[in-house]
Design a protein around this ligand. Structure first.
Ligand code: GLP
Length: 241
């Protein structure tokens, strides 16, 4: 596992975008695993900038998003589908049929989860997976206690996650209590993983991830058993290391 501690959010976004851009240039038909949350927004902006400058072509790229809330329609402003279109896809040339985001409003969610796993396998697996980290050490929506062998499934959100994500909703009552998420095993099967962490609110999670016990109690700590992980964090997120 490589760690990179950078000065600030701009540097973090630039380093992360560079790793994605390198993958896209080396393998124009790469499969990217993408993340939501506020942390990767700057990375997406830098990738858009490079694309609009004519330096980055996503036309043969396939993408799979990590997760989606259950119960929000695909057009709900806080759905991860809307977030990804507004933040990234509508500004670049990823082909719509190559964009995959779990449907959190599918009639049969278990079938949707199986379909999503099969689609990842059919695409040849994920080459590069981008991750953020929850304040409680979650990755995707794999909350503490998620089994190492887990695959895409419906999960209950931890109370801490509901509280953390309430800032995006009008009130805490509106935050969904369930989500569809790739599992820990799905994530660990990615060939390369890049985890981003920014700000003091992530300092405790980063310490537990990098220096604590490797345990499902801290889902991000399980990444230490993966052979190709790069962690990029700013000074505040690294403050307790
Ligand atoms: C959500 C997402 C995670 C993300 C986390 C952190 O819970 N499901 O994938 O890593 O938020 O978000 P932020 O980057 O806004 O701190």
């Amino acid at each position: 596992m490589r760690w990179l501690i950078v000065e600030d959010y701009e540097a973090l976004s630039g380093e992360a975008a560079e790793l994605v851009a390198r993958e896209v240039r080396e393998k124009p038909d790469a499969v990217l695993g993408l993340a939501t949350g506020s942390t990767p927004v700057g990375m997406y902006q830098e990738l858009i900038r490079q694309h609009q400058a004519g330096n980055l072509d996503f036309s043969r790229i396939t993408t799979f998003n990590l997760d989606e809330y259950v119960g929000l329609s695909a057009t709900h402003p806080q759905s991860y589908r809307v977030f990804m279109h507004e933040t990234f896809f509508q500004h670049v040339n990823v082909q719509p049929e190559r964009i995959h985001i779990p449907c959190g409003d599918a009639a049969d969610l278990d079938e949707e989860c199986d379909r999503y796993e099969r689609a990842i396998q059919a695409a040849g697996g994920i080459d590069l997976q981008i991750l953020g980290i929850g304040g409680n050490g979650h990755i995707g929506f794999n909350e503490p206690g998620s089994p190492v062998s887990s695959r895409t499934r419906v999960v209950d959100l931890a109370q801490r996650t509901i509280t953390d994500n309430a800032r995006f909703f009008a009130s805490i009552e509106e935050v969904p209590t369930k989500a569809v998420t790739m599992g820990i095993q799905t994530i660990l099967e990615a060939k390369k993983i890049v985890l981003l962490a920014c700000g003091a609110s992530k300092a405790e999670a980063m310490q537990r991830m990098l220096e604590g016990e490797i345990t499902p109690g801290v889902p991000a700590s399980l990444l230490r058993e993966h052979p190709d992980v790069t962690v990029i964090m700013d000074r505040q997120a690294a403050a307790r290391l």
